[in-house]
Design a protein around this ligand. Structure first.
Ligand SMILES: Cc1cc2nc3c(=O)[nH]c(=O)nc-3n(C[C@H](O)[C@H](O)[C@H](O)COP(=O)(O)O)c2cc1C
Length: 210
């Protein structure tokens, strides 16, 4: 079995964590995987809050229907999807492309203008839905990266988004929480899911080969 598959078999959505700190080198690798993930048009329309502060995580614990991993892990990532994509943000993205790739400034104006028109014609809800999908790709990438670092994780949709947005002041910043990811180490004694067998649909049903 290749190493990615070994990691994916090792990982599971931890229900209890033991409070041990994720070493910073491992955390930085997981965050770098998020930075490197693919997103539509490369726009990375989300911000990831990396929350170590215990007091903030205790507040979020209640908003996340008291899921223990929020406080038993050492870090909680909040994937906050953007609700607005301004012309300035698009310009700043393309300026980065020109700079990093040594392209002539303005050479991608047609593409940039298309994106500006596209987002100008969308509601905040529509942009949030699209941005959330991009944030979910990053969540998936982080799940794999964490497993490869032998760091346990729990992806979470089980939370009250309005409460999380309020606690973190996300609405004022034009964002909304789309998913959470607790990072830490499994508590083998307390977590009833540690030994649970993986349940997945057989490949014959999942894949249609044409
Ligand atoms: C987007 C998403 C949201 C999830 N939300 C929660 C959650 O709120 N709490 C939880 O304990 N597990 C949550 N899970 C974990 C899934 O239940 C779990 O991944 C699934 O049952 C497969 O099991 P495994 O990941 O342990 O192999 C979530 C998973 C995903 C991908």
């Amino acid at each position: 079995m290749n190493t990615t598959l070994t990691s994916l078999n090792w990982r599971y959505a931890a229900k209890r964590m033991n409070g041990k700190q994720v070493p910073s080198a491992k955390l930085e690798n997981i965050l770098e995987s998020i930075r490197l993930t693919a997103t539509s048009n490369g726009l990375q329309p989300f911000t990831v809050l990396v929350i170590e502060d215990k007091k903030t995580r205790e507040e979020l614990f209640t908003a996340a229907v008291k899921q223990p991993q929020v406080v038993e892990g050492s870090h909680l990532l909040v994937f906050a999807a953007w609700k607005r994509i301004s012309a300035e943000q698009i310009d700043s993205y393309f300026n980065m492309v020109y700079e990093e790739r040594g392209l002539e400034k303005g050479s991608l104006d047609q593409y940039a203008n298309f994106l500006k028109r596209n987002f100008a014609g969308q509601t905040e809800d529509q942009i949030f839905n699209w941005a959330s999908k991009q944030a979910y790709i990053a969540l998936g990438t982080a799940l794999v990266a964490a497993a490869e670092e032998k760091v346990d994780s729990t992806p979470m949709e089980g939370f009250n988004p309005d409460e999380v947005d309020r606690i973190l002041g996300l609405s004022e910043k034009g964002m909304g929480a789309s998913s959470l990811l607790a990072l830490g180490f499994r508590d083998e004694a307390a977590d009833h899911m540690v030994t649970a067998k993986k349940v997945r649909r057989p490949k014959e049903g999942l894949f249609v080969r044409i």
